[in-house]
Write a protein that binds this ligand. Structure first.
Ligand SMILES: Cc1cc2nc3c(=O)[nH]c(=O)nc-3n(C[C@H](O)[C@H](O)[C@H](O)COP(=O)(O)OP(=O)(O)OC[C@H]3O[C@@H](n4cnc5c(N)ncnc54)[C@H](O)[C@@H]3O)c2cc1C
Length: 483
C-alpha cells in the first residue's frame, strides 16, 4: 500500500534546496535555527499523512486509485464520481478543523485534476501524447505518496499588458529554449504555498494565451530541488515569535501554512514531464478548470471557521458573557456565515459532472460563488470573534511577562476572570484569536481567503459568464407572453 508514515514523509523532504530566509542561504533547512519557524508548516502537512493511516479517517483521507487499484492518499486522487467530489470537501473541512490553518496540499491536487481532463482534450484535437504522459507521471506520485504543489505562475508585471508586451519577458513564465530532450523554462511564482514541503510541483500558465504568446502556453511537472530553482521564504506577521522560548505568544503554535517566492531560472524539463507545449487554445480551459477546482477547495475555510467559532464561544464563557443575548446572536451569526460557506462548497461538489476523460469536475458557477463567499465571510467571522474576545487581543502583555516573578502575580490578579479558564490558558486563547485577526501563523486567514484561488474580481468574471442572464430574461418573457 503506497501510504507514507508521517515520519517517512518528514525524512523524504529533508533534501538540499536553494532556499533563502531572512537574508541567509539555508540549503539544509532542517538543521538551521530558522527551522523552528518552518516546522509548524511541516507538522501540518505531516497531519495529512497521519490521518490517512487512522481507521476513523480512512474513508475520507484515502481512496482507491483508478490508475493502479491501490489505496492512495485522497490528495493524490483523480475524482471518479460525485461522491469523490463531496469527500474532497469533507476532507478539507476536517483538515481545517484539525489544523486551523492552510494545510498546503489542495493546489497540486486541483492542478492534477484539471490537467487530467485538459491533457485528454488536447490529445483529441492535436493527436499529442500528453494524457498518457500525465497518467504515467501521476502513477509515480501515487506510488510514492508524494506531496505535489501547484503553481499558476504569476508575477504578471504590469497587469494592464499582455505577457508578450511586458518590459521583462520573464514576468510570465515561458519557454526559452527547446531541444530534442525537452524544454528550458524561465519565470517565477510569487505566492507559492508549501513548495519547500513538497516533492514535486505542477506548473501552469496564469492566463488564456493568445497568438504570439505560444512560449507562455506551457505546463509541466518539476521536482522541487532541481537545478535552477530558488526559493525565498515568505515573511509572515510576527514570524520571529516562533524563535522565542515560550509557545503561547505564537497563538497556533503547532500548525501553520507556508508561502514562498519561487524562481525558475533556466530549469530543464524533460519531454515526459511536459503536459502542454504551446497549445494556446487550451490555456483558458486549464486556467478555468484549475481555478474552479481550487475555488471548490476553499471548503477548508469552513473547517478553520469551526475552530474560530469555538474560540469565540470559549472566550465568551471565560468572560462570563456566554448567556448574554447579543453574544448568543453573534455566535449564531458566525455559525450561519460558516455554514453558508459550507453550503456552496457542498453544492458545487454535488452538482459535479463527468468529463470525456472520465474524471469528475465540480459545477463551475457554484465553485466561483463558493470562493466569492470566502472573499467576504471570513472578514465578518473575524470581526465578530474580535468583538466577543475584547480589545485584549491587541494589548495583552507577552508570555515572558506572565512567567516573570515580578509581573506574573499582577497579571494573574488583574487578568483572571472566572473558573472556566486559568489565566495561562486565557493567554493562549487570546493569542489564538489574535493569530486569526492579525494574520499570524501564516498565511493570513483573511488575505488568503481574499486572494488565494484568484482575487474577487476573477470569480465575478466567471459568475458573469456562467450566470445565464439571457435565460433569466427569457423566463420573464415567457411568463408575460412577450414575443
Ligand atoms: C496566501 C496565498 C497563497 C497562494 N498560494 C498559491 C499557490 O500555491 N499556487 C498558486 O498557483 N497560486 C497561489 N496564490 C496566488 C493567487 O492565486 C493569487 O494571489 C491571485 O491569482 C491574485 O493575484 P495577485 O495576488 O498577484 O493579485 P494582483 O494581480 O496583484 O491583483 C491586485 C488587484 O488588481 C486587480 N487586477 C489584477 N490584474 C488585473 C487586470 N488585468 N485587470 C483588472 N484588474 C486586475 C485584482 O483584481 C486585484 O484587485 C496564493 C495567494 C495567496 C494570497
Amino acid at each position: 500500500m503506497p501510504l507514507k508514515t508521517p515520519e517517512e514523509y518528514e525524512e523524504s523532504i529533508k533534501r538540499e534546496v536553494n532556499l533563502y530566509m531572512f537574508g541567509e542561504k539555508i540549503s539544509r533547512f532542517w538543521e538551521h535555527p530558522y527551522y523552528q519557524i518552518i516546522k509548524p508548516s511541516i507538522t501540518t502537512t505531516k497531519k495529512i499523512y497521519e490521518l490517512a493511516l487512522i481507521d476513523e479517517y480512512k474513508d475520507i483521507m484515502t481512496t482507491t486509485s483508478h490508475l493502479t487499484g491501490e489505496i492512495i492518499n485522497r490528495f493524490t486522487s483523480i475524482h471518479q464520481s460525485i461522491e469523490d467530489l463531496l469527500k474532497k470537501v469533507e476532507m478539507q473541512r476536517l483538515l481545517g478543523q484539525k489544523t486551523a490553518c492552510c494545510f498546503q496540499r489542495c493546489v497540486g491536487y486541483d492542478a492534477a485534476n484539471a490537467l487530467y481532463s485538459v491533457t485528454y482534450e488536447i490529445d483529441q484535437k492535436y493527436d499529442t501524447k500528453y494524457h498518457m504522459r500525465f497518467k504515467q507521471y501521476w502513477k509515480e506520485v501515487q506510488k510514492h505518496d508524494l506531496f505535489v504543489a501547484g503553481s499558476m505562475t504569476d508575477p504578471k508585471g504590469d497587469r494592464g499588458k499582455r505577457p508578450k508586451d511586458q518590459q521583462d519577458p520573464d514576468a510570465f513564465l515561458h519557454i526559452v529554449e527547446e531541444n530534442d530532450k525537452g524544454i528550458i523554462v524561465r519565470g517565477a511564482k510569487v505566492h507559492q504555498t508549501g513548495f519547500l514541503n513538497s516533492h514535486r510541483a505542477l506548473v501552469m500558465p496564469t492566463l488564456a494565451m493568445r497568438e504570439g504568446e505560444e512560449d507562455y502556453a506551457v505546463s509541466f511537472g518539476i521536482d522541487t530541488n532541481v537545478k535552477g530553482l530558488t526559493m525565498i521564504y515568505g515573511r509572515q506577521a510576527s514570524d520571529k515569535r516562533k524563535l522565542e522560548e515560550g509557545k503561547i505568544d505564537v497563538g497556533n503554535f503547532k500548525y501553520g501554512g507556508q508561502e514562498l517566492f519561487v524562481i525558475f531560472d533556466n530549469c530543464f524539463i524533460p519531454h515526459q514531464h511536459i503536459f502542454m507545449n504551446k497549445e494556446i487554445d487550451f490555456t483558458g480551459e486549464l486556467v478555468n478548470r484549475f481555478a474552479g477546482y481550487h475555488r471548490q477547495s476553499y471548503a477548508c475555510k469552513t473547517g478553520v471557521g469551526d475552530v474560530l467559532i469555538g474560540a469565540a464561544a470559549l472566550s465568551a464563557q471565560s468572560l462570563g458573557v456566554a448567556n448574554t443575548s447579543h453574544i448568543k446572536e453573534k455566535l449564531i451569526e458566525m455559525i450561519h456565515l460558516n455554514e453558508t460557506l459550507w453550503c456552496s462548497a457542498v453544492a458545487c461538489s454535488a452538482k459535479g459532472f463527468k468529463r470525456p476523460a472520465g474524471n469528475y469536475e465540480m459545477d463551475m458557477l457554484l465553485a466561483n460563488v463558493n470562493k466569492q463567499n470566502v472573499t467576504r465571510f471570513p472578514y465578518e467571522l473575524v470581526r465578530l470573534a474580535e468583538d466577543i474576545a475584547g480589545g485584549i487581543i491587541c494589548t495583552l502583555p507577552s508570555e515572558s511577562d506572565l512567567k516573570n516573578p515580578d509581573t506574573s502575580k499582577l497579571l494573574e490578579k488583574y487578568l483572571s476572570t472566572n473558573s472556566i479558564l486559568p489565566t495561562e490558558d486565557r493567554f493562549r486563547l487570546i493569542r489564538f484569536i489574535e493569530s486569526f485577526a492579525m494574520g499570524l501563523t501564516s498565511p493570513s486567514y483573511r488575505t488568503e481567503s481574499l486572494h488565494g484561488a484568484g482575487s474577487p474580481q476573477a470569480q465575478r468574471i466567471m459568475i458573469a459568464r456562467q450566470g445565464e442572464l439571457e435565460k433569466k430574461i427569457n423566463l420573464v418573457k415567457e411568463i408575460l407572453d412577450m414575443k
